[in-house]
Design a protein around this ligand. Structure first.
Ligand code: ARG
Ligand code: ZN
Length: 877
């Protein structure tokens, strides 16, 4: 049943060309496929033709134009086999009929708001027609799309438009699209519908003209402008940063309302969840704008890292995803603030990937076995996969990294590649051995570094003893030491950086210590007393660090570290230590400790006018409940965590009130809203100030939030005020929530914010509120965005209420997973991952969560998607 990397063998048959003729109809879409097949010269010998299929039946099958007898092929629920095909190349024609309106899984061809669209990654093409549905079968596609002119005036496909016209004597019309670049079938796409567009032209670096179009529901064209601009910036950036030019005459993007994931990089025709396209100042927050820019870039960058060079098999998913996330992170860093982007990315990595790595769903960046590939589009493959690429750059330096990328692009263009082939390009370009580095792809878990300092004042040396431990993960009880690039700073007693020299080795190249063994000692020379090491600057490696730094050392770094990431980190570490201590105090029935030193450290950052507001906002945002739970790691009591965090927020709100109030006034927006990074940063800081001011619950601060809510001219400020109000059980909260619904009831994407915010209210009443909202006319189990907004937010972001001691939060989520599984198993499985940290809970909640998982496991006819998540969650560790 499980699929294993070690079982890989090349395909027996190759497909040179695919000619599709698709006649769209709401319930009876007819698909004619014509494949030019030839035996793979690399295969072992003559073999049957085995094509994948899912939920389709063949109406007719022909070989070289001759209809096949029913007995000459074998059609099963998961495919079509021709046991005795011709010995050489031949043409296979297959006709199928599908019902896009009945397709609630949103994989293959389906309808969204009356429009036709497709999602084929990972294995959706087999729901359209029979095909060798694996990424190492690459073919040239020509697609004729036909539809009723009224129903679908716009017809889009991959590649370039080569022909279009009416079907004489009917109400129908057609378009023919040809994509000259061979591609795997997961990159196939088509769209048909009534859509409006924003268009532009882009001139590439070699002077070619590309027609750009962003298609959205008619009437919403205004809201596609930002996405179109972000696309142009992405295209220019990829030329400048990586020398990558776009290769077709057309690049289209389509936004749809029903989509399982964020977006999809289909060749020349990206399809997006409309949440990552549509934006206007009144409906989208600054964070929405930033996500749109990042996702547009991500999908565009896939054109080279994913499409021109694709994956040999799905085990290599990180080859395109980790690399493309790295590329989109770099793009956003160049468009916005690099340190702020790094902090935001590390928050996401720790919040999702570290959590995944610490629980039963932990898996390597390149898994070696899977039951359902859709369950491996994870934070580990994407975000840790990006960190692994970033470490290559840190180890090799920018120039040699770029040389490795160039070699990868020339050597593997037009091919389906592996992780080994990717890493070999860097080893060759840089002339280094990267075999130990490969362990980052193979070993799951987050490395933990223990760092012990030893000062020798007489010799003027500082020794760093560093031990690395990689905890066991499912299927991997013991591990080998990894290569860890640890960027180091030495902050001298006057607060300035000192040069880094290793005794007996000389200067440390780019300040990066390279760890390769389980334990090693680095002796640094020329280090005066009072120097504080700044470890893992810029988060150079995705590891946890336990260093013997004192609170005084951390406050010193918080005030002086020249590395903005570690300056932020020092404040976070101080907060985390205080919070963890107070969680223990609360559980023991004691009174929380107030830490004036911590407040002081924050006040100093607030007063430093050289710091960008966006950065200060990050420093002021103390660790989340999830962060604290992860740092505690075992016997977790979410209620105590909530109380400790609230106590700190109240203390900050009281102690810093005058400063926060002054900043709040000074950062007031002048002029009209603009989503640029600097303006967004000012709003971010101002809204953090508001939230802290309101934390103690004084009526004046609540009134301030209520006023901001009603006076705001943009969604960022309105939403921030509403989020602050949501934390306080007041009449103002309920009034604002009611107002918000009335204002935006016609706009499902905005109503998602309303669902999500209410699902995150940390009150016992939230359970009933969420149950009520699940019955609200604006909610629908069939739309993934609605499910993620309401139930996903409750399960992933409401730590106290999802983890209610009475188990009712778990029950609500299990009930939803079960109801959803028959509709959309992929989204149901994603929701079920909310239980991934169940073993780290205190005993009462742990038992209740286990009971929830066992109720799922005991349900007959679970989808493979949900069954896989549940079984692994209950499995070892
Ligand atoms: N390749 C897409 C992206 O990262 C994700 C598509 C995943 N879809 C799925 N059904 N597994 O941009
Ligand atoms: Zn991607």
């Amino acid at each position: 049943r499980p699929i294993r990397l070690s079982d890989y063998r090349p395909p027996d048959w190759l497909v040179d060309t695919v000619d599709l003729d698709i006649a769209l109809h709401p319930t009876r879409t007819r698909v004619r496929s014509r494949l030019r097949l030839r035996p793979n010269p690399q295969a072992a010998g003559p073999a049957a033709v085995v094509l994948d299929g899912d939920d389709i039946t063949p109406l007719s099958v022909r070989i070289d134009g001759v209809p096949m007898a029913d007995s000459a092929y074998l059609a099963t629920p998961d495919g079509l086999t021709i046991p005795q095909p011709p010995a050489g190349p031949f043409v296979l024609e297959i006709e199928t009929e599908i019902d896009p309106s009945a397709n609630t899984k949103l994989m293959g061809l389906y309808r969204s708001s009356g429009n036709y669209c497709t999602q084929c990654e990972a294995e959706g093409f087999r729901r359209i027609t029979f095909f060798p549905d694996r990424p190492d079968v690459m073919a040239v596609y020509t697609t004729r799309i036909e539809a009723d002119r009224d129903e679908a005036p716009v017809l889009l496909g991959n590649g370039n438009l080569i022909e279009q016209g009416d079907v004489p004597g009917t109400t129908r019309h057609f378009a023919v699209w040809h994509d000259p670049f061979p591609k795997p079938c997961y990159l196939f796409a088509l769209v048909g519908g009534r859509l409006g567009a924003r268009t532009a032209t882009f001139t590439t670096m070699s002077g070619r003209t590309v027609a750009l179009g962003v298609y959205v529901e008619s009437g919403k064209e205004e809201r596609a402008g930002y996405a179109l601009e972000a696309l142009e910036r992405s295209m220019r950036w990829d030329e400048q940063a990586f020398g990558r030019e776009y290769d077709l005459d057309v690049f289209n993007i389509v936004a749809v309302a029903d989509f399982n994931m964020g977006a999809m990089e289909n060749k020349g025709l990206n399809i997006f969840n409309d949440k990552y396209i549509l934006a206007s100042p009144e409906t989208a927050t600054d964070a929405d704008y930033a996500h749109i820019e990042a996702v547009i870039a991500h999908e565009y960058f896939h054109n080279w890292t994913g499409n021109r060079i694709t994956c040999r098999d799905w085990f290599q998913l990180c080859l395109k995803e980790g690399l493309t996330v790295f590329r989109d992170q770099e793009f956003s860093s160049d468009m916005r603030s690099r340190p702020v982007k790094r902090i935001a990315d590390v928050r996401v990595l720790r919040g999702h990937q570290f959590v995944e790595d610490a629980g039963p769903l932990a898996h390597p960046v390149r898994p070696d076995t899977y039951r359902e590939i859709n369950n491996f589009y994870t934070a580990t493959v994407y975000e840790k996969g990006a960190e692994v690429v970033r470490m290559l750059e840190t180890l090799l330096g920018r120039e040699r990294f770029r040389a490795g990328m160039d070699l990868y692009f020339t050597r593997h263009d037009g091919r389906a590649a592996t992780v080994e082939e990717f890493v070999a390009c860097f080893a060759e370009a840089a002339g280094t051995d990267l075999s130990q580095f490969m362990l980052w792809y193979a070993q799951a878990g987050t490395p933990e570094l223990a760092v012990t300092r030893r000062d020798d004042a007489q010799a003027g040396t500082l020794s760093l003893e560093i031990a690395q431990v990689l905890p066991p993960t499912p299927g991997q009880p013991s591990k080998l030491p990894m290569v860890i690039p640890l960027a180091l700073g030495l902050v001298g007693p006057d607060g300035d950086d000192l040069p880094i020299r290793r005794a007996g080795h000389g200067p440390v190249e780019r300040g990066v210590l390279v760890l390769t063994r389980a334990a090693e000692t680095f002796v640094l020379e020329g280090v005066p007393a009072g120097t504080v090491p700044s470890l893992n600057r810029g988060f150079s490696a995705p590891v946890k660090i336990n260093a013997d730094l004192t609170s005084d050392d951390l406050r010193f770094l918080a005030a002086h570290d020249s590395d903005p990431f570690n300056r932020w980190q020092a404040v976070q570490t101080l907060a985390s230590e205080l919070l963890i201590e107070n969680v223990a105090v609360i559980r023991a029935g004691g009174a929380v400790r107030h830490d004036g030193g911590f407040v002081h450290a924050l006040a100093a950052v607030l007063a430093d006018e050289r710091l960008a507001p966006a950065y200060v906002a990050q420093v002021l945002s103390i660790p989340s409940e999830g962060d604290i739970a992860r740092d505690i790691g075992r016997d977790v009591d979410p209620e105590a965590i909530y109380l400790a965090r609230q106590a700190l927020r109240r203390a900050l709100g009281n102690d810093l009130a005058p400063t926060l109030r002054i900043l709040y006034e000074r950062l007031r927006q002048d002029g009209p809203y603009s989503p640029d990074a600097a303006s967004a940063g000012r709003r971010a800081l101002r809204n953090v100030c508001l939230d802290l001011l309101a934390a103690p619950g004084h009526p004046a601060a609540i009134a301030l939030a209520a006023a901001q809510y009603s006076e705001a001219d943009n969604m960022t400020d309105r939403m921030a005020a509403l989020a602050t109000l949501a934390l306080h059980d007041t009449p103002e909260r309920e009034a604002a929530l009611a107002d918000f619904f009335e204002r935006f009831r016609a706009d499902p994407l905005v109503i998602d914010k309303w669902f999500a915010l209410q699902a995150m209210i940390p009150d016992p009443g939230t359970l009933d509120r969420v149950r009520g909202l699940a019955a609200h006319p604006a909610f629908s189990l069939a739309n993934p965005n609605r499910v993620r907004a309401l139930i996903g937010s409750f399960a992933q972001a409401n730590h106290t209420q999802f983890n209610r001691a009475d188990g009712e939060g778990y029950r609500l989520v299990v009930d939803t997973v079960l109801a959803l599984d028959g509709v959309n198993p992929q989204v149901a499985a994603r929701l079920a991952t909310a239980f991934r940290s169940w073993r780290a809970l205190e005993p009462t909640r742990r038992a209740a969560a286990r009971a929830g998982l066992e109720r799922l496991a005991g349900t007959a006819s679970l989808s493979r998607d949900v069954a896989d998540i549940v079984e692994r969650s209950l499995g070892e560790r």
